[in-house]
Structures are given as structure tokens and as C-alpha cells.
Design a protein around this ligand. Structure first.
Ligand code: NDP
Length: 322
């Protein structure tokens, strides 16, 4: 089979499209023929070595496809089932061996492309607004990179919970997408000072929660946008990691909370996996959650896909089609 492999950390050019053996599922695994592999920003961190992974490796943490083989002890799934998963390495490939405890069935009304997008980005948006900071009706929320994969989903979920949403994006085209997803106000943070704008929009009150996946370039100002007891949810590093911070500053700024969550803790149990993916799938089926699926690449074009994602050229989900 074909797979996208990385043997050393570096730019998109370190990804090679290669012939490798089809994995053999162990007794608790199923073999999935991948129909859609989700590309996520975390893949770029693993490729560059910002997040260290053992090498050589096949990239990709999110996939959807069809079960073609099952290990002896597998009981939940059978050959022919439509399934999706996240948090198992190796989705940039034609086949992946996946432990059954990481797999969920995809309902009939959900496509493979939607299934792939739902697992990592959908479940991330879900945990951010349902668990890390449980949004309440009337809350004011700041969402950075609002037209990105997680961003567009998070806006829709938070709006559905009755919040007021301020999004930030880099271009007017992205601003339009954020508005269509439900954002009440959108700031072009590449042209305007978003801290000043948030204070203006909220009449100085600030926001109850800042969902910040941009990191280095936004972190400090995001904290300054918070109201008393506000939550700073730092969940990514698209502009680089935050490396220096003095927790004592949280006091005088309003007894603030700071957290640095990761999806894999919020999907650690079967209960969480079924709850979050089940909600996301049913909201897709009900038409309550629209996924933007416009960026498709062949498996052999993974380098182009990473260049586009890191070059801020994509909106919504980016999918690799084996
Ligand atoms: P996105 O589709 O959101 O792409 C990243 C976006 O970040 C870009 O489109 C861009 O939007 C924005 N950005 C801001 N500054 C930069 C920069 N210097 N270079 C590149 N992009 C920049 O990606 P994902 O939806 O896959 O992920 C979004 C973020 O969420 C990532 O940081 C990711 O690591 C994080 N994440 C964290 C998880 C967790 O559990 N902690 C789980 C899933 C994702 P614009 O042009 O509008 O600025």
C-alpha cells in the first residue's frame, strides 16, 4: 500500500510518499481501508518535531473508512462496517490497523469526509465548549483562527449554546466564513489590534472565555481580553509555542483561569469517545452542524496540503484521499 512517511523532522519536504506493507491487525485491532484521512495542525507539529514522535513514522491522527479485517478478540465491529477514529498514528495511508476501543461507527447520514473531520476537530470543539469551559447562554467568547477547521465548528457549537461570539481571522474572505458560521463580530487580527477591538465590542467588559489556538502571537493579548474570573483556554501553537509566562499576572487581571488542554485527555474513556463523537455525528445528521469540506488532496499531495495549511491558505477541513 501507499503511505506518507517521515524519517526526519523538518519542512513539508520531509514527507515521502512510499510503498509499505499493509499492517496486520493484532487481536484487538481492525484493519481499516481509509477513505478519508483528516489533516490537522498537530500533524505539522509532529512533522517539524515541535511535538516529538518516534521516527520513522506514518503521519496522520484521524481517519474514516471501511473495516476489511478484524482481530480475533474484536467484538464491536465486523467487516464492511463504516468507522472513524482519532488518536492512532498512521492515517496518511491506504490502510491502518486501529484498536477497537478507539473506533466508532459512522451513522448512515454522515459521509466518510465528515466522519474524518468529526473525530479530531469536531470532538475538540465539543470538549472545549462542553468541558474545558462549559459555555453558558449569554457568555461572550473569543475564538481565534475562527475560519479554521476547529474554529468554524466551535463557532457553531458555542452559538447554539446561546453565547455571543467574537472571531478573529486574517482575511476578509475568512471573516465572511466566520460570519456565516454564526460569529457576531469578526476582527481581522492581522490589521486591527484585537485587544482594543474586543474591549470596544464588549464596552470594556471583556470576554468570559478566550479559545486561543494561535499561541505565541495572541496569548498575552487574549489574557487581557478576559473579564473577571475569565478562562484562558490555550489549545494550540499555530504561530509558535508560548514559552514564558508568569502565573502571578493572572491575579491582578481578574483572578483568571489558565488551562492548556489536549483532546486525548478528553477522549480517554469509551464514555467520552461515544458521547463526544455521538453528539457531533447527530448534529451533522440534523443539519445543526455544517462542516466546511473544500480542501481535498490525493495522498501523494500531502506536501502541498501541509504547505497550504501552514501558509494560512485553507479554511475548514483539509482531507487527504488515499
Ligand atoms: P486551522 O485550520 O485552524 O489552521 C490554523 C490557522 O491558524 C490558520 O488557518 C490561521 O488562520 C491561524 N494562524 C494564526 N497565526 C498563524 C501562523 N503564524 N501560521 C499559521 N497559521 C496561523 O487548523 P486546525 O483546525 O487543524 O487546528 C487549529 C488549532 O487548534 C491548531 O493550533 C491546533 O494545534 C489546535 N488543536 C488543538 C487541539 C487540542 O486538543 N489541544 C486539538 C485540535 C487542534 P488565520 O489565517 O485566520 O489567522
Amino acid at each position: 500500500m501507499k503511505a506518507v512517511r517521515v524519517k526526519e523532522f523538518g519542512g513539508p519536504e520531509v514527507m515521502s510518499y512510499e510503498e509499505v506493507d499493509i499492517p496486520t491487525p493484532s487481536e484487538n485491532e481492525v484493519l481499516v481501508k481509509i477513505e478519508a484521512a483528516g489533516i490537522n495542525y498537530i500533524d505539522t507539529y509532529q512533522r517539524t518535531g515541535l511535538y516529538q514522535i518516534p521516527l520513522p513514522a506514518t503521519l496522520g491522527l484521524e481517519g474514516a473508512g471501511i473495516v476489511t479485517e478484524t482481530g480475533d478478540s474484536v467484538s464491536r465491529f465486523k467487516v464492511g462496517d463504516r468507522v472513524a477514529y482519532t488518536n492512532v498514528a498512521g492515517a496518511y495511508a491506504e490502510f491502518a490497523a486501529v484498536p477497537e476501543d478507539k473506533l466508532v461507527a459512522i451513522p448512515d447520514g454522515v459521509s466518510f469526509d465528515e466522519g474524518a473531520a468529526a473525530m479530531l476537530q469536531g470532538c475538540t470543539a465539543h470538549y472545549l465548549c462542553q468541558s474545558t469551559y462549559k459555555v453558558k447562554a449569554g457568555d461572550r467568547c473569543l475564538i481565534h483562527a475562527a475560519a479554521g477547521g476547529v474554529g468554524l465548528i466551535l463557532i457553531q457549537m458555542v452559538k447554539d449554546m446561546g453565547a455571543f461570539v467574537i472571531g478573529t481571522v486574517s482575511t476578509e474572505e475568512k471573516a465572511e466564513l466566520a460570519r456565516e458560521a454564526g460569529a457576531d463580530e469578526v476582527i481581522l487580527y492581522t490589521e486591527q489590534d484585537f485587544e482594543t477591538e474586543v474591549k470596544r465590542i464588549t464596552d470594556g467588559a471583556g470576554v468570559n472565555v478566550a479559545y486561543d489556538s494561535v499561541g505565541k502571537s495572541t496569548f498575552e493579548k487574549s489574557i487581557n481580553c478576559l473579564s473577571r474570573f475569565g478562562y484562558m483556554v490555550l489549545y494550540g501553537n499555530a504561530s509558535g509555542p508560548v514559552t514564558e509566562f508568569n502565573p502571578a499576572t493572572l491575579g491582578p487581571k481578574g483572578s483568571l483561569f489558565l488551562t492548556r488542554p489536549t483532546l486525548f485527555d478528553y477522549l480517554a474513556t469509551r464514555e467520552d469517545l461515544d458521547w463526544r463523537s455521538g453528539d457531533v455525528f447527530s448534529w451533522i445528521e440534523e443539519g445543526k452542524l455544517n462542516l466546511r469540506l473544500k480542501h481535498f488532496y490525493a495522498l501523494s499531495e500531502a506536501q502541498d496540503a501541509h504547505q497550504a495549511l501552514e501558509g494560512r491558505k485553507t479554511t475548514g477541513k483539509v482531507i487527504l484521499k488515499p
